[in-house]
Design a protein around this ligand. Structure first.
Ligand code: GRF
Length: 195
């Protein structure tokens, strides 16, 4: 049974979808949900699902990214993870941290990578007049939003779409894509998942 640690920064809707998927004959189970924000709404949701939680506030470590990560690592390593899932985790991780989990750390990004790495992905797709948008699950490597793509899901950009309406449409797909990719990844299946 693969042990999964999920890192969040906010509401954790992707974390909830992942945790709800890891039941029955699923080859993985969530063992810890950890956040860089002690007030993250997702922590309460994880506790309601009976999943262990932790939080390391990044703010006292202003400018000391390595110091923050050294604290973050403690509960993560104590949970003995096989796989790390970044799910709405909004801190950039150093190559040192990423390197510890090379080949076993995933992230979901709300664009069709390699288009629109970074922030404000939906606003950029709308501004560019794209007909399609979507989300990508990729392996995390030291370069931000750049690792091998494991799955993608596409949605139409509709006339009159705002950042909020497009984000909501993409988020629904995220909640299906991430669990599908994790289930394959947990058994070593690297075939591209396209939804
Ligand atoms: C989502 O848009 C996701 O793509 C991005 O963070 C946002 C919030 O995710 N990674 P969640 O609801 O906290 O899972």
């Amino acid at each position: 049974m693969k042990r999964v640690v999920i890192l969040i920064s906010g509401g954790g809707s992707n974390m909830v979808a992942l945790c709800r998927s890891m039941t029955g004959d699923h080859p993985a189970r969530p063992v810890l949900v950890i956040s860089n924000d002690p007030e993250a709404g997702g922590l309460a949701k994880a506790r309601e699902m009976g999943i262990a939680t932790a939080a390391v506030d990044h703010r006292p470590f202003k400018g000391d990214r390595a110091g923050f990560e050294a604290e973050l690592l403690k509960p993560i390593l104590a949970a003995a993870p096989d796989i790390l899932c970044l799910a709405g985790f909004m801190r950039v991780l150093t190559p040192g941290f990423v390197g510890r989990f090379a080949g076993r750390m995933l992230n979901i990004h709300p664009s069709l990578l390699p288009k629109y790495p970074g922030l404000h992905t939906h606003a950029r797709a709308i501004a560019a007049g794209d007909a399609e948008a979507g989300c990508t699950v990729h392996e995390v490597t030291p370069v931000l939003d750049d690792g091998p793509i494991l799955g993608q899901a596409r949605v139409p950009v509709l006339r009159g779409d705002t950042e909020a309406t497009l984000a909501a449409r993409v988020l629904q797909k995220e909640h299906r894509l991430y669990p599908a990719v994790l289930r394959a990844f947990a058994v070593g299946d690297r075939r591209l998942v396209m939804l």
